[in-house]
Write a protein that binds this ligand. Structure first.
Ligand SMILES: [Zn+2]
Length: 338
């Protein structure tokens, strides 16, 4: 098998369809800003990493949530939001990404930040993206996340906001833990968003036994792509359905290991899904909180599943075609992938 070194992988031109902007804060920015917003830093570097980062498989959900919340507290002003959006694009560009979709949940960022509202949050993040695009040749799109753990009324408010800003959002997403949160109740909201011209993706089939939700997310919510979807490997009927509908999966290998969707990288089904004819893409999910890059995900796939340059090229072609960014914007980068 061809051997790919880190720099070979970093130099590959990539698409990232699944990256949470609010969990992509650069490490140096995080520890610079934390004391300024009232989060005292631990004395040691390891202690600081333990405060904010998830670098090993999760066992204790409580401490994981605390880390997300610590990182969220840093997102405290419009200036900070513009900066982190700019830097998220910059980091992605430096990792070889030329087509980038960044998603965020207005409700997650707004929580506890009384001086921010959806309007200010979106304007600040969109400004950061715009500045980055002036500096770096890349296509960037924003996706609005509905948190399924919030009430239906809050979800409706977020969907109306996304529709109102459809000029600067390319799509709507449904995220957070699926266990006990039936996606079907959101169907009217997703249909409304679709009618208004937004694309749809849904986090589904991430945790064990969640394959049936994938079919519901496609059939009932109208998802055009699925975030994760890896559990369909355990449900041949759903796998066939996804394959026949040609619904791309936004797969995030390191994230799936850290959340223990699969116990080891060896057990991760990405290769089997590819071989079964499912449309597979490779993405980073939360590179800030995981202290990773998309290239790290590629390295895992190269090392553990023997992914070659040709495999990565195929995934990136699928991702390019599946990107919700307008044809006119992304086609400037088409020659990098085909
Ligand atoms: Zn995600």
């Amino acid at each position: 098998m061809e051997k790919l070194y880190s720099h070979n992988i970093r130099d590959l031109i990539k698409v990232d369809l699944h990256r949470h902007l609010d969990c992509s804060v650069r490490w140096s920015t995080l520890i610079e800003l934390a004391p300024l917003v009232g989060i005292p830093l631990a004395d040691t570097v390891q202690g600081q990493k333990d405060q904010f980062l998830i670098t090993g498989p999760m066992t204790d959900l409580g401490s994981v949530l605390n880390k997300f919340l610590n990182a969220q507290k840093v997102l405290a002003s419009e200036e900070i939001l513009t900066r982190i959006a700019y830097e998220a694009c910059e980091d992605a560009f430096n990792d070889g990404i030329r087509v980038l979709e960044l998603r965020y949940a207005p409700t997650f960022i707004a929580d506890g930040h009384s001086e921010l509202n959806f309007e200010k949050i979106h304007r600040s993040l969109a400004e950061g993206v715009l500045l980055a695009k002036k500096t770096y040749p890349m296509a960037v799109g924003l996706i609005c996340i509905v948190q399924r753990i919030k009430s239906y009324d809050v979800a409706a408010e977020v969907v109306d906001f996304a529709i109102d800003k459809k000029g600067s959002f390319v799509a709507l997403d449904l995220a957070d833990n699926e266990d006990g949160f039936d996606p079907k109740i959101f169907a009217p909201l997703f249909q409304k968003a679709k009618k208004a011209g937004l694309h749809l993706t849904v986090h589904s089939g991430e945790t064990p036994n969640s394959a049936p939700w994938v079919k519901d997310s496609i059939e009932i919510l109208g998802a055009e792509r699925i975030g994760h979807g890896i559990q369909i490997i355990n449900d041949p009927a759903v796998l066939n359905f996804v394959k026949e509908k040609k619904i791309p999966l936004e797969i995030c290998p390191i994230s799936n290991y850290l959340t223990q969707s699969f116990k080891t990288y060896e057990e991760h089904p990405i290769r089997k899904l590819m071989e079964a004819g499912v449309q597979v893409t490779v993405n980073s999910d939360d590179p800030g909180v995981f202290a990773t890059t998309l290239s790290d995900d590629y390295e895992v796939l190269h090392r553990v599943h023997g992914f070659t340059k040709a495999d990565f090229a195929r995934c990136n072609q699928i991702a390019f075609n599946a990107s919700f960014i307008s044809e006119s914007e992304k086609n400037q980068f088409k020659k990098d992938f085909f």
